[in-house]
Design a protein. Sequence first.
Length: 427
Amino acid sequence: MMRLSANRLAGRRILLGISAGIAAYKSAQLARLLKQAGCEVRVVMTAGAQAFITPLTLQALTGEPVRTSLLDPEAEAGMGHIELARWADIILIAPATADLMARLAQGMADDLLSTLCLASEAEKLMAPAMNQAMWRHPATQRNADRLNQDGWRLLGPASGDQACGDVGPGRMLEPEEIVAALIEQPAEAVASESPTQALPAQGRHIVITAGPTREPLDPVRYLSNHSSGKMGFALAAAAVELGARVTLISGPVNLATPEGVTRIDVETALQMHETSRRLAIDSDIFIGCAAVADYRAEATAEHKIKKTEGEDTLTLRLIKNPDIIAAVADMRDAAGGRPMVVGFAAETRDLETYAHDKLIRKRLDMIVANDVSAAGLGFGADDNAALLIWRDGEAEGGETLPPQPKLQLARAVLEQALSRLASQPVP
Ligand code: C5P
C-alpha cells in the first residue's frame, strides 16, 4: 500500500508566487506550512500583491529574500530569473488572480512571476481566488481550461462566503488543503519511486461528492438530511491508496479529510452542482456519493421567518434541485469524451428495480445500490453492503458485495471501476 506523507515535500524547492488578492494574507501561513514540511521556499510577489501583504513578512517566514521585480539589477546579480526558474521543482501560485490567470493563459511575460512561469519546466499548480462573478465569467473559465491543457493543476477554488460579501465559488483553498494537494503523488513520482509496483489508479483523477447538502430557508434554518459522508470519505481514502489524484466535494460533515485528498467544502446543491461540473470534466471517474437534497426553498428569506399569530401552518414553496450526477453524465469535452460516472442508490425496498431505473434514467455507467433498511448498514453506519450493477452488464445481473467496513467496500467498488476503465474507454 502506498503511504502519502508530508515527507514527499521534504527537500523540494518550491517557488511560491503571490498575486494581488485579499487571500494573499493566507500565503504567509502557506509559506510556514511548506517550510514545516521541509521544503525550500522562495517567494515571488506581483506588484499588486504587495498592497495586501509585505515582502518582509514572507522574507521573515522563509528566511530568503523575496523577489518582486524583473528589472532589479541587485537581485538579478544574486540569482538571475532564469536561474530561479531552473531552481524550482514546483511553482505554486496562491492566490492566483483572474488577471494573472489571463496573462499566464496567454503566455505573457510582462512581470517577474509570469516570466518565471514561462521559463520554468517545474510542476505547476495554482490556487485561484477571486469574486464569484469573475470566476464564473466565460473568459476566466476559458483561461482555466487553457491553463489545464497547458499542464497547470488548478486547486479549487472553494465555494462559500467571500470577502466582498458575495457567496459562491472563488475562495482560495485553505493553506492546509493546498499543502495536502501538493503532497499528492504525481504519477511520474510514483513510477520512479516504485517502478515494480504500479498502482491501479496511478495517473487517474477521481472526483467524489460526499455528505448531505444544506438548503437555507432563512439566515438561521435549513433543510438537510442524515447523510454522514462516511462512504464518500472512505471512497476518497481508498482512491488515494490506489494511487489516484482525488478531489472530494463535500457537503457539511463532521469528518477529517483523508490524507492526500484535496477537499472542497460546499453547502448547497447548487454549489455542489457548479463545483462538480467544473471539476468532473478533468476527471477519469466521477462518483456521486452525496445525498443531495432533492428540493430547495424557492426563495431564501432575508430575515428569520417569524411565527404568525393565529396561523397554525406555514407553507414553504420548494423547487427541484438539479440532478448533479445526471448533469455530469451529459457533459462532453472537446473530444466528445466524459468521465466514467458511478452513482449510489440508497433504497429501503425493491433495491434492484429502483437502482436499475436510476442507472438508466441518469445515464450512469455503474450504480452501487445499498439497502438502507438493514440494521447496522448504510446511513451513518461504519459498515455497508452493496449490489453493483453496470449499464453494459445488464445480462450479467448485479454483483453482490456482502456487509463489510465502508473502506473495504470502497476499495472493491474502485477496483471494479478501474478495471473497467482500463479495458473499455467510456464515451
Ligand atoms: O435520485 P437519487 O437521489 O436516489 O439518486 C442517487 C444518486 O444520484 C447518487 O449517486 C447521488 O449522489 C446522485 N444525485 C445527484 N444529484 C441530485 C440527486 C442525486 O447527483 N440532485
